[in-house]
Design a binder for this molecule. Structure first.
Ligand code: HSE
Length: 343
């Protein structure tokens, strides 16, 4: 399977790290042997090689500061544009790990449309294009006979979307409720331990959990974008932002945290969606509530179904390798669906 990787930040590197470390296992167990033929970054270079780029060398180059440090090799090109990579590389799948833009979808959307036109399947780790352009992406990919997968856009590699779309197929899902932002949960957990909001936010940025612009995390927009994607995946139709009531945690003070604790409660930023609408807001939960005990960057989602009642999934919600795994899981799924060569 030939891949183009757009974006080589925390998530792109997490994905490539998995390919570097698990190549043998992936080949042996799943007959999965991807070849990254192109990598494009916004400011740290572009590489193309029809024979495939070496994951370890890619990681070393970016660690040294840019793809310029990737060693010379036969057939390597450094001067292609993203547009040329999409139209001429012969890649079968575009992996989008670009920074998220929840307002316009950012560069991801035009690249995605060009990739669909070139007959490529799409795997998104980023949220913007899926949240903003879901209907267009689905319509155009259906017409072109290609697939769009986006497990990594919600709860990193924890299979929240696959749970609803595949494992619970046959159930009617009427609502989803959960903790969908790792950064804010990390901040709330640390504030309870007495740390300051500003310190913990800076740490979350350093650890690669927060968005490039962390106001998206703390003001609730990241969780709202994910709630929109959950609504699209579960109900077939994404909610619009104006159907959502969105509040973040930036107004919560140490005194608010203490007051909740004194009442045997804990603040959590809870996203809630139904087919009719949704919300993201800080909520005080009793300590006995299952979501009250989800701490740090861990996320959780509860799906309300007709046949099983509530089903809750708890797992990693952010991080490079954790989200890189989502890309891997989508690619293995694509191989099973499309390439049909899984063992
Ligand atoms: N900034 C996001 C979060 C990253 O903290 O959950 C994962 O989407």
């Amino acid at each position: 399977m030939k891949l183009l990787l757009l974006g080589f930040g925390t998530v792109g590197q997490g994905f490539v790290q998995i390919l570097r470390d698990k190549a043998h296992d992936l080949q042996a167990r799943y007959d999965f042997a991807p070849r990254i033929v192109g990598v494009a970054t916004r400011s740290r270079g572009i590489l193309y090689c029809a024979n495939g780029l070496d994951p370890a060398a890619l990681l070393e180059a970016i660690k040294a500061g840019s793809l310029e440090h990737y060693p010379e090799s036969a057939g390597l090109a450094r001067d292609w544009s993203v547009e040329r990579l999409i139209s001429e590389s012969g890649a079968e799948v575009l992996v989008d790990a670009l920074p998220t833009d929840l307002v316009t979808g950012g560069a991801s959307l035009p690249y995605a449309f060009a990739a669909i036109d070139a007959g490529m399947h799409l795997v998104f780790a980023s949220k913007g294009a899926v949240a903003v352009g879901y209907d267009d992406l689905m319509r155009r990919s259906r017409a072109a006979g290609t697939r769009v997968l986006f497990e990594g856009s919600v709860m990193a590699g924890t299979p929240s979307l696959r749970l609803g779309m595949q494992a619970l197929a046959g159930c009617t899902i009427t609502a989803a409720r959960g903790i969908l932002n790792g950064t804010t949960n990390y901040i709330l957990t640390a504030m309870e331990a007495g740390r300051s909001y500003a310190d913990v936010l800076a740490e979350a940025q350093k650890l690669g959990y927060a968005e490039a612009d962390p106001t998206a995390d703390v003001d609730g927009w990241d969780a709202a974008g994910k709630a929109i994607i959950v609504s699209a995946a579960l109900f077939g139709k994404p909610l619009a932002l104006d159907q959502m009531d969105v509040h973040g945690i930036s107004g919560l003070t140490a005194a608010d945290i203490d007051a909740a604790r004194a009442s045997g409660e804990r603040w959590k930023l809870i996203a809630h969606v139904t087919p009719e609408g949704g919300s993201v807001m800080p909520v005080r939960l009793p300590l006995s509530h299952p979501l009250a005990n989800v701490s740090g960057t861990t996320n959780a989602i509860t799906l309300t179904t007709d046949l099983l009642g509530d089903v809750t999934l708890i797992g990693a919600g952010a991080g490079g390798v954790q989200t890189g795994f989502a890309v891997l899981s989508d690619l293995i799924d694509l191989q099973r669906i499309i390439f049909k060569s899984a063992k």
